[in-house]
Write a protein that binds this ligand. Structure first.
Ligand code: AMP
Length: 379
């Protein structure tokens, strides 16, 4: 009998997200071929085709039954070409929207998903005018190619527009009102090929310098109506894009509890790494189930969980592993400032114990900033 399971999965991109997809796919009997267009693959698993000059596409296509990606900064044209030969999930349309902050915000607007007030500008003069109109501080972001806080500048005064424009160095920017948020949160949801949608509990995310450092889920103080609102936003996006796979939506939560969408990612996401140990089914397994047309797995949390990113330098790994119910996931990468090298997932029976363990773990990581999660203030 046909197993109903695709044997060979093609992945565009070959970083740690691809590595973790493969780790989740081996129990299902999947095999993985990665197409790396950057020249710097780090997956360290499966077959990796390094192809910065687009010479080996036929070889890649011959090896795979279904294609997905772990990196969205790819030429849309390449994804469209692959779509002519093999099923690609999510589609090139999803990647196109997520690559471009103007397209993304236009879609949020059309679906009634609130965002920070914003303007699109194409010169330093327009940037200055937008900063005056929106009221400083504002955040200017390149429309394309920005991630982990790159291609961004905060303007405290409109007069800083000239410097910010040169520093970012792009021809089109989105300028946003700076949100005085209580916390940053994210939603991870999965849509199957049959349109079924499942949602993970919302996570709180702490970023420092634009890089994610801590994610916690589920949240002890989350109003059910806020989770429902977020579920509604991400479902609207998934349905509109006829999306298949994991979608991540990052949001700001403001003082009155309302949510403003920041950006989305058409792939498994760093703020969903907690699900590897903290949820019944991980985001990676669910992404693979979705793209193969298989039933989706339970997204419930097993226990309060915190994910800590190991950035720049590794810590005392043996001491970390000595903490109860703590799991280390290393990416086999050399140490370098600002580079994500690994993450730690910590589980605890309640949030008070979780925070104690998170503090203990962060003390073992030389580059970890102190955890500053919104609910720790109320302990
Ligand atoms: P992004 O690349 O858009 O996710 O931005 C990186 C980080 O910059 C976010 O996670 C926030 O911490 C911060 N940030 C971005 N946009 C805003 C905004 N409009 N208001 C306040 N903080 C922001």
């Amino acid at each position: 009998m046909n197993s109903g399971i695709a044997k060979n999965i093609g992945v565009l991109g070959a970083g740690q997200l691809g590595r973790m997809l493969a780790l989740a796919g081996y129990p299902l009997g999947n095999r993985f071929t990665f197409l790396d267009t950057t020249g710097n693959p780090s997956a360290g698993i499966g077959d990796v085709i390094v192809d910065p000059d687009n010479q080996h596409l036929a070889e890649f296509l011959a090896k795979v039954d279904v294609v997905t990606y772990e990196f969205e900064h790819l030429p849309v044209q390449l994804v469209r070409e692959i779509e002519q030969h093999k099923p690609v999930y999510p589609s090139s349309r999803a990647i196109e929207v997520c690559q471009n902050r103007v397209e993304e915000k236009t879609l949020f607007d059309r679906l009634g998903i609130p965002t920070p007030a914003y303007r699109v500008v194409e010169s330093a003069e327009q940037l200055e005018a937008a900063a005056r109109e929106l009221g400083c501080p504002v955040v200017a972001k390149s429309v394309t190619e920005g991630y982990d806080g790159k291609g961004q500048a905060v303007l405290k005064q409109p007069e800083q527009a000239g410097d910010a424009w040169s520093a970012i160095g792009h021809s089109q920017l989105v300028v946003e009102a700076f949100v005085d948020f209580v916390r940053e949160v994210s939603m991870i949801a999965v849509r199957g090929r049959d349109g079924e949608v499942v949602f993970y509990p919302m996570a709180e995310n702490q970023h420092v310098g634009g890089i994610l450092r801590y994610s916690v889920a589920p949240l002890p103080d989350l109003d059910a109506s806020v989770q429902q609102t977020a579920d509604g936003y991400i479902r609207a996006l998934l349905d509109e894009l006829d999306y298949v796979g994991v979608l991540a939506l990052e949001l700001f939560q403001t003082r009155d509890g309302s949510l403003l969408a920041n950006e989305m990612a058409p792939r498994v996401h760093n703020s969903g790494h907690w699900t590897m140990d903290g949820a019944v089914t991980s985001q990676f397994e669910n992404h693979l189930r979705a793209i193969q047309g298989l039933p989706l797995g339970d997204t419930q949390a097993i226990a309060p969980t915190c994910m800590i990113n190991v950035v720049g330098r590794e810590g005392d790994n043996a001491a970390i592993l000595a903490l109860a119910n703590t799991h280390l996931h290393r990416y086999d990468k050399a140490e370098r400032a600002g580079r994500k090298l690994a993450h730690v997932n910590i589980l605890a029976p309640n949030h008070a114990e979780l925070l104690e363990k998170v503090n203990a773990c962060s003390a073992l990581l030389p580059e970890a900033p102190p955890p500053a999660l919104s609910f720790s203030i109320k302990q």
